[in-house]
Design a protein around this ligand. Structure first.
Ligand code: ZN
Length: 352
């Protein structure tokens, strides 16, 4: 991949779980040759997708996905939290997706990055820079031995919960309209997880946490606070989005928020349909920047994990987002920060 004029570094994608579901036997071949996905090598190259957080994610079992999607196309829904996962199942799924990431690295499709230096080198070399991220810590046991093992494999970012409960805490449901103040905060094991992540230099992602869990992490963590893929609740009052008060807490910690492209978290009516104009995304960016400042906002696409706006259906559309930023009046330096540089600076502060 030749170095793109303005690389994009992104806070969240679900490439690994998509490859796991669609091409478990030879994921690297599918990724390199191209397949029915938002991110593969060709789409990354044409859109200047330089890397980001590659989530390991275990989909819910015993859940009618089609019915959930149909409900979320309406304005107004309240989906129950999916059931908790069996740890054995979560562990095997997690290790299989970690192996897919390793497989992609071995095939030369990307590089697993453990430091900001690694990310900078990969971008300079024109190779996708991948951070191993765990979205929902079901695979990790209460004594955290698995956390150390995954850290050895390259894990540098973790969301203690997806939108369901774990032994560590509780996620927000897919509910619109709703605030995030739903349910209790971290468990005792969750508090230990936060401390151990601080010790290991693993980023703690607040994106799926409820407000009590958010506050617990804010109180306990010694690192700047991060929501890798969440939007402004003031514009789209979804339970998954961040209230102005949460944004101020993140700003005070010198943390970071990645703009989620998932249409249910962008549209003011919360509908999960592809009809979203760039103008709506820019309203969120303006609002996030208004509270967090120009240096603490970036991208958090959710590619391959959510319904995207038509114009951003795949990573090949990223230059159109940058064009929209320019037309909106963001200068070159701000575009560069939002597309890439803010994430790298934030990771410098968080991983230290
Ligand atoms: Zn997510």
């Amino acid at each position: 991949m030749t170095r793109h004029e303005m690389p994009a570094f992104d806070g969240h994608n679900d490439v690994l779980s998509r490859l796991h579901a669609m091409h478990p036997d030879d994921p690297a071949a599918a990724f390199i040759k191209g397949y029915d996905a938002a991110i593969d090598l060709e789409k990354a190259r044409s859109g200047g997708f330089a890397g980001g957080f590659f989530a390991i994610y275990v989909p819910p079992m015993e859940v009618d996905t089609e019915a959930r999607h149909a409900a979320m196309e309406q304005s107004g829904y309240d989906l129950p939290l999916p059931p908790e996962l069996d740890r054995g199942h979560a562990e095997s799924m997690t290790l299989e997706q970690a192996a897919i990431l390793e497989n992609l690295a071995t095939a030369g499709a990307l590089r697993i990055c453990r430091s900001v230096g690694d990310i900078g080198s990969a971008i300079d070399d024109g190779i996708i820079a991948a951070i191993m991220h765990l979205e929902g810590a079901e695979a990790i046991d209460a004594d955290l031995a698995m956390l150390d093992r995954l850290h050895d494999l390259g894990l540098r970012s973790i969301g203690p919960v997806w939108s369901r409960s774990t032994i560590f805490g509780h996620g927000v449901p897919f509910r619109y309209p709703s605030g995030p103040d739903i349910g209790p905060g971290l468990t005792e094991a969750g508090e230990r997880l936060v401390k151990r992540c601080n010790e290991l230099g693993i980023l703690i992602d607040l994106s799926h946490m409820n407000e009590a869990g958010f506050r617990d992490v804010a109180r306990l963590s010694t690192a700047p606070l991060v929501a890798t893929h969440s939007n402004a609740h003031a514009i789209c009052p979804h339970a998954r989005n961040l209230t102005d008060e949460q944004l101020r807490i993140i700003a005070d910690s010198d943390g970071m928020v990645g703009l989620n492209f998932a249409t249910a978290f962008l549209r003011p009516d919360g509908r999960m349909i592809p009809d979203v104009a760039f103008e709506t995304m820019l309203r969120h960016l303006d609002h996030l920047i208004g509270i967090l400042g120009e240096t603490r906002v970036g991208l958090g696409s959710d590619y391959d994990g959510a319904v995207m706006p038509e114009a951003l259906a795949t990573a090949a559309g990223l230059p159109a987002l940058r064009d929209a930023m320019r037309q909106h009046g963001y200068d070159d330096a701000l575009q560069r920060r939002l597309m890439c540089d803010n994430w790298l600076s934030a990771l410098e502060r968080i991983w230290h």
